[in-house]
Design a protein. Structure first.
Length: 261
């Protein structure tokens, strides 16, 4: 019995040690982080995210840590919603790219940025979406100023990480979808163009909820948690991909039923 307990303690000590050495340092916001890899390649809302939301603009921002860039001809999604918008990292040069679909537009607007995404460090990433898309890294970038009507509506979940499925009517990035290992902290989505200058001071500490926040996740829960709380009043909690199926139209009662099985 004593040897069995020693072996169990040694196993957990080794597991904790390996986990601690594998993790990057905390983000500038502090606290824990969301790890994305081959096992947990995305988290999602599980239910439709603002299916009737009439957004003129959106700002999506996060702290991102990548250990490597996607291989050439592949891409990885940071955040997106099928039929509405998506922010990605493309393997062709490691640049940021994205698209947004307006309600009355014949086709979505798609933009790429050639500057390589830094690896091995925490980066404050911002995607601005209105009639066009623009990006910023670490307080430097440009924003679009062409508000022309609301976004297209979508009854799909919001996803962070992984790949957002795209219909035939949407632009397709050339290449293969990949599951890229990386870390995300402090994701906030706002219904304004939050940073209106080309250079600004990167937020210090944890992102805060204000009147323009429509979703905010700190990812400060246990690393083994399957659910991450939305700190905004809208209550769009995120769920790990292996906890339950994240499909459009799922209701919270269905989600709880899956958890109880």
């Amino acid at each position: 019995m004593i040897y069995r307990r020693l072996l169990i303690c040694l196993f957990f000590f080794t597991l904790i040690s390996l986990t601690a050495t594998a993790l990057p340092p905390p983000s500038p916001a502090g606290g824990r982080m969301l790890r994305l890899d081959e096992t947990h390649d995305f988290v999602g809302t599980g239910q439709a995210w603002f299916p009737k939301g009439q957004f003129e603009v959106l700002t999506a921002e996060a702290w991102i840590y990548l250990e490597e860039l996607p291989e050439r001809g592949t891409f990885w999604s940071i955040i997106g919603q099928e039929g509405r918008f998506n922010l990605l990292i493309h393997g062709n040069g490691g640049g940021i790219c994205g698209w947004v679909r307006k309600q009355d537009a014949n086709r979505p607007s798609i933009i790429s940025h050639a500057k390589p995404f830094p690896t091995g460090e925490w980066v404050h990433v911002v995607g601005f979406f209105d009639i066009k898309v623009s990006f910023a890294l670490n307080g430097n970038g440009g924003i679009p100023r062409h508000q022309e009507g609301p976004f297209g509506q979508s009854d799909k979940p919001l996803r962070i990480g992984g790949i957002v499925p795209q219909g035939e009517e949407l632009p397709r990035f050339v290449g293969e979808n990949v599951k890229l290992r990386g870390y995300i902290d402090q994701v906030r989505i706002s219904n304004i163009l939050r940073y209106e200058e080309r250079n600004w001071k990167v937020p210090e500490g944890k992102f805060k909820v204000d009147e323009h926040t429509i979703a905010l996740w700190h990812f400060d829960g246990s690393p083994w948690a399957g659910r991450f709380k939305d700190e905004s009043e809208n209550g769009y909690d995120l769920w790990k991909s292996d906890v339950m199926s994240v499909e459009a139209g799922d209701k919270l009662t269905t989600l709880w039923a899956e958890l109880k099985r």
